[in-house]
Design a protein around this ligand. Structure first.
Ligand SMILES: *[C@@H]1O[C@H](CO)[C@@H](O)[C@H](O)[C@H]1NC(C)=O
Ligand SMILES: *[C@@H]1O[C@H](CO)[C@@H](O)[C@H](O)[C@H]1NC(C)=O
Ligand SMILES: *[C@@H]1O[C@H](CO)[C@@H](O)[C@H](O)[C@H]1NC(C)=O
Ligand SMILES: *[C@@H]1O[C@H](CO)[C@@H](O)[C@H](O)[C@H]1NC(C)=O
Ligand SMILES: *[C@@H]1O[C@H](CO)[C@@H](O)[C@H](O)[C@H]1NC(C)=O
Ligand SMILES: CC(=O)N[C@H]1CO[C@H](CO)[C@@H](O)[C@@H]1O
Length: 515
């Protein structure tokens, strides 16, 4: 009897809690940091999730996020037969004119990210992975993984630090791989089986280098170690594959130009176009092709766009063999202010079959930015949005963030190179904070699955815009208003009619509909 009563009570409580979950589970729990700065707070039992819900043909749905506090606020409207507001900015869509196929969006499984996630309870860890990779989260489908340590590690190391170990008998995964990368990558892959992982090494083991160091000015791979280092990289691919994590692509190394900047105190190893061409054509390319990881692509550059297109042109000039092995060109965003995106157009024109992928971006990295983590900064979200729109309008096929999560100082990292992240963890309260940068990326990643195609949309100086067509035949338009004033936008789809929408000041908007 008492058992029955208890069961009934339990059932009522379960039903009641389910009702609370269903009725409120979507909303952001805001926390304010003054001057329009706001984060959404998540913990072990709660996070803001949004399901993508596309209305029947003839209607469209908008999702809005703004500096004033909206996060994926959604609404369904009808197409109109004309322009409703005479002052509207008219953008014309042409689904018949197509550009690049989209590869995806994601972030990096750095040691720092794993160390931070690991400081939270198991339930809160799961919330972070859900909010990035789950179907009601950002639905990221890319993940970058460092081979060995980076500046966002708590020590300098590689996967074979035994001097002179040319047969790599001491090669082994580090504690960081086992505790801070592999478990989270595996869970992400369970949440989204579409994920493609790609790997990059920051440096070869010091004993293979001219300066016998992880960091430092003018540290190059010794010529006599080209084959040993290729074997080292392939050992990493095979070890991760054996752990259930196949690696889609391997880059030829993170930021090879850092070694020419003596003030950059991070793990690095230099390449010139000519030495890299030789390494890829004669060593890494054939070694990967003859290995059990022969499906893994090789991405070159992995550095700022200031090197485009000449670095690639020089690589091709140096070796005709290199052509066989280049599966992608990886670029970072840190010099975007000094180099126009037209370098992507030039690169694409020269090598139309080689995809360009943006593989690293973060806010707070400039030396003059004294506040590394700026909780709730809308302008940092806008910078992400601006970059993604600009890149995608110039042939870039993917956009991948740096650390998935950092602490409130912007670390940990051994080299004190602190920066910001879309997610900041607060282990003291077992919470994490989602910055506007998180929403900027999610305004793309949730709506644009792999193999979507960018389609033509006319441009206007007062609003940033980009459009896509997805494999499910949905049209997705993304708008960024950086003005303080709201803008009336009219999107003309010749097949379906006019979308009249208001894009409020300082806001992001994603529009989605069935074709
Ligand atoms: C998590 O956050 C929700 C929403 O703010 C709150 O209701 C709940 O009590 C929090 N859970 C914990 C364990 O603090
Ligand atoms: C996504 O959200 C919808 C609506 O809230 C819910 O029905 C569905 O179960 C959620 N999916 C996952 C995987 O949580
Ligand atoms: C490596 O370089 C750093 C500075 O770049 C220096 O402090 C350190 O002593 C060097 N280590 C070795 C083993 O040379
Ligand atoms: C990779 O190797 C396997 C056999 O080991 C072979 O069947 C396959 O065709 C190779 N793939 C490529 C892309 O070369
Ligand atoms: C999308 O449209 C094309 C062309 O009309 C059609 O062939 C294809 O089957 C459609 N795809 C889906 C998933 O409906
Ligand atoms: C703020 C922070 O996380 N700092 C860490 C940087 O890395 C060193 C180890 O190299 C740690 O001791 C610091 O705590």
């Amino acid at each position: 009897m008492s058992i029955c009563c208890n069961m009934a009570t339990t059932q009522i409580i379960v039903i009641f809690s389910l009702f609370i979950l269903i009725s409120h589970a979507q909303d952001c729990i805001p926390r304010y940091f003054g001057d329009g700065k706001m984060v959404c707070v998540c913990n072990s039992t709660y996070c803001d999730f949004v399901e993508v819900n596309v209305p029947d043909k003839g209607k469209f749905r908008t999702y809005k996020s703004s500096r004033s506090g909206e996060r994926f606020k959604t609404e369904v409207s009808n197409f109109d037969t004309g322009i409703q507001n005479e002052n509207g900015i008219v953008l014309e869509l042409n689904l018949g004119k197509t550009y690049q196929s989209i590869f995806g969006f994601g972030g990096a499984f750095t040691d720092a990210a794993g160390i931070n996630i690991n400081k939270l309870s198991k339930e809160t860890q799961e919330m972070i992975l859900q909010t990035y990779y789950g179907s009601n989260g950002s639905r990221y489908n890319l993940g970058r993984v460092p081979i060995g340590g980076t500046d966002f590690s708590t020590r300098t190391y590689t996967l074979d630090d035994t001097p002179g170990d040319t047969d790599l008998s001491s090669f082994s995964l580090a504690n960081e791989d086992i505790n801070y990368k592999i478990p989270y990558m595996k869970r992400a892959l369970e949440l989204n089986p579409e994920i493609k992982f790609f790997a990059a090494s920051w440096t070869a083991p010091p004993w293979m280098k001219t300066n016998n160091n992880y960091t430092g000015f003018l540290g190059f791979l010794k010529q006599q170690c080209y084959q040993t280092y290729s074997n080292y990289l392939v050992k990493f691919l095979e070890t991760y594959k054996n752990n259930g994590l196949p690696i889609h692509a391997i880059s030829t190394g993170n930021e090879p130009a850092d070694v020419f900047a003596p003030w950059v105190p991070i793990n690095d190893m230099g390449w010139t176009p000519s030495s890299l061409s030789n390494f890829v054509a004669q060593y890494l390319g054939p070694t990967v092709a003859n290995s059990l990881s022969n499906e893994t692509l090789i991405w070159v550059l992995d550095d700022q766009r200031v090197f485009l297109p000449w670095f690639i042109v020089d690589m091709f000039a140096d070796s005709s063999e290199v052509d066989k092995y280049i599966g992608g060109i990886a670029v970072h965003w840190y010099a975007d202010n000094i180099v126009p995106p037209s370098v992507f157009d030039e690169t694409h024109k020269l090598y139309p079959d080689i995809p360009i992928i943006m593989t690293e971006a973060c806010s707070g990295s400039e030396v003059w930015e004294l506040q590394k983590v700026k909780l709730g900064s809308w302008s940092r979200g806008e910078n992400y949005m601006f970059s993604i729109i600009e890149d995608m309008n110039h042939w870039v096929t993917g956009w991948v963030d740096w650390n998935l999560a950092l602490d409130k100082k912007g670390g940990p990292n051994w080299s004190k190179n602190f920066v910001d992240s879309p997610i900041i963890v607060n282990p003291e309260t077992d919470e994490f904070f989602k910055n506007p940068m998180y929403y900027a990326l999610a305004h793309f990643s949730k709506f644009i699955p792999r193999k979507s195609t960018r389609v033509d949309l006319t441009t206007n100086d007062n609003i940033k815009s980009v459009a896509f067509s997805t494999p499910e035949n949905r049209t997705v338009v993304i708008l960024l208003n950086q003005n303080e004033q709201s803008k009336n936008i009219v999107i003309v789809d010749p097949n379906q009619g006019h979308i009249n929408t208001e894009v409020s000041g300082r806001s992001f908007q994603t529009i989605i509909y069935q074709q």
